[in-house]
Design a protein. Sequence first.
Length: 203
Amino acid sequence: MEKFCTITSLAAPLDRTNVDTDQIIPKQFLKRIERTGYAEFLFFDWRRTASGDPDPSFALNDPRYKGAQILIAGKNFACGSSREHAAWALGDFGFRVVIAPTFADIFFSNAGKNGIVLVRLSEEHVAQLLSNAKTIPNYTLTVSLEDQTVADDHGFKANFEVDPFRKFCLIQGLDDIGLTLRHESELDAFEIKHDEAQWLKAK
């Protein structure tokens, strides 16, 4: 998992509440066995018209937000089913941060395990950021996980809370496998001792 400390990036607005995981990554795309390749299916039904063409009214199709690594959304983001594919799709598209007033609990866990920083700010702060992203050309935000701050060049700055353990994992770039491998030598020693015990028992 890629380490996260501080990022400065374009911010893309998704001014919608209750964005559920079936909109983030529709169920028909869950058959893949890889954890990559989901970017083209992110918000699939919203990004395309009925004819399959890109919908110019959808923010992520707007050239102004091309390459944005920060997504700003309304409350209750990623509600619905617990599919981890939602985090995979957002990460594969290039998002490293999602800012919203609230998130679904299971998604909050899935996102952190996949290197995505979720920033909870007040509804007033999020409304301000959404407005800025829509009206200010090349609007960028700086998110510092180390300092737990979100700031722009227009006078906005806010602090956010984060679980200390999740913060440690994100800054160190440790997913569940990485955490386990930190104890690789102890695990190897245990396996050797266990194998020896089994061999002696079998004699």
